[in-house]
Structure formats: structure tokens, C-alpha cells
Design a protein around this ligand. Sequence first.
Ligand code: NAP
Length: 281
Amino acid sequence: MTTAELMTGTDLAAEIVAQAAARAKALREKTGVQPCLATVLVGDDPASATYVRMKQNRSKKAGIASRSVVLPADTTTDELVTEIHKLSSDPAVHGILLQHPVPAQIDERAAFEAIDPAKDVDGVTMRSFAAMAFGDPGFRSATPGGIMRLLEAYDVPIAGAHAVVIGRSPILGKPVGMLLLASNATVTYTHSRTVGLPEIVRTADIVVAAVGKPDFVRGDWLKPGAVVVDAGYNEGNIGDVHFEEAAQVARLITPVPGGVGPMTIALLLEQAVDAAEAQAG
Ligand code: NAP
């Protein structure tokens, strides 16, 4: 039996996309500029190809044009950086999304850093991270930005809350902790070398799971009444939190799918329109 309230992202994401679409239309009518999001896919991983297709389809529905760059699996770092530099300097492209992970031979950080920060609508560059950390304007990392919007929409008290983030990747764990900190949470980062993880999680008012391991966080790790955000997306639509167990203990919990996932795409599209508006002057 589920006791927790579901924190769903589907409707909120649809609202954000509808607003982005309206702004894209207004920009087109006023300036003739159509927002354009370039996607870069390296290799033939089917899951990555599906994510890119999904983002392109949603872009189209929102009146955002897509530019698709597909590169072979044996692309070198230099070749990828060259392609991204071309998009960075192309005035018809307003946002750039490099689908990750990229194949192992590529220096992913170098590829991310080739994105002009003004076009970094997925919030993956060091410049965007620094802006997030310092509370400056800039693009938010899309998934963390989506998580914050979800917490705000559900009126989750963040100031003074203890937030435990499980995972410290540069695109998810680290930035979501920074955004929670900027909203005055007391933040604990945990990772694969953390000792006594369940005990630490049990002290959390807000848990963000960003681990990449199915059903990793168990119900008995949670403080009763905790707010649980499951950013995990593992094969078979399984999150990083054991949903059935966690829902018995938590007050609010995101479903997988239908929680964080749609919010990530919504933030990406919203930021693509932000970028186009800024570049159209
Ligand atoms: P990642 O780069 O693989 O990072 C995973 C993090 O989990 C690392 O920091 C790692 O610690 C930590 N970790 C691994 N094993 C652990 C353990 N036993 N105990 C505690 N921490 C552990 O993954 P990611 O890109 O951040 O993605 C995380 C999850 O979010 C995945 O399921 C991914 O599919 C999902 N995701 C969803 C969206 C969305 O839109 N919904 C977007 C992006 C990612 P170390 O740093 O010590 O190795």
C-alpha cells in the first residue's frame, strides 16, 4: 500500500514546455528567429539514440528547431571538439546538447567545454557550474534544475532542511547539492566511498538519489516523512530508490518514470528558448 504522495513531473513539465512554446512563437513573430537546439550524438548506443530522438520530438512540438549531428563511435576528442566549436560559432544554433555518456576514448570534459556557455542549455560546462555554485545567472544543469522546480511546485520546505544527495557526478549530484545549498538547505554529499550510508540517509529531510543502481535506496534507510527524489533511470524503467518500500515511509516521492525525467527535458527546452531570446538581443 502506498502512503506517500506522488511528486509527479508530467503535468508540471507540460506547463513549462507550453510556456516555452509560447515564448518561442512570440520570438519568431517578433524577430523572425526560431530557437534552434543542436543535438550531438556520438556512437550507436540505442538508449542514447532514443533520448536524443525524444528531445528532438519534444523540441519540434514546442516550436524549437533541431539540428542533428551524429558521429561514429570511433570519433576522437579532437574531432568532437571541432564539431562542437562549429555549432558554438553558428549564429543559427542557440543551444547545444551533447548526449552523454560519450564513448570511452573521448575526453568528455573537453567536449563539454567546447560548448559556448551562452549555448550551454543543458548546463554542463564549468562556467555554468560556477554560476550555479555562486548563485549567478546562467544555465542550470537540466536535471538538477528540474528537481528544484519540482520541489518548489510541491512546496517542499528547503531552507534549514537536511538534504542528503547520493551521487556526486558533475551533471547531477554535485550541481543539485549546489542548488539545494543556494536554497539554504544543509547539504550532505554521499558517494561510493561513503561509510555508513543508510545511517546518513536516515537523517535526511530530503533525499536525492542519483546513483545509477536499481532499487538501491531501501525503505528502512528513510526517516519517516522524508521527501524522496529519485533521479535514477535504470533499464526497465527502474529508479535508484526501491519505490514500494520507500512509499511506505516517505511523505512525498517521485515516481519512475514520470517524476524527474520529464522535468529534465522541460528545463532543457525552457533554457533553449532563454538562450534564443538572449542571442536575438
Ligand atoms: P554517474 O556519473 O555514474 O554517478 C553515479 C554516482 O553514484 C557517483 O558519484 C558514484 O560515486 C555514486 N555511487 C555509485 N555507487 C555508490 C554506492 N554504492 N553508494 C553511494 N554512492 C554510489 O551517474 P549520473 O550520470 O549522475 O546518473 C545517476 C542516475 O541518474 C542514473 O540512474 C542515470 O540514469 C540517472 N539520470 C537521470 C536523468 C533524468 O533525466 N532523469 C538524467 C541524468 C541521469 P563515486 O563518485 O564515488 O564513483
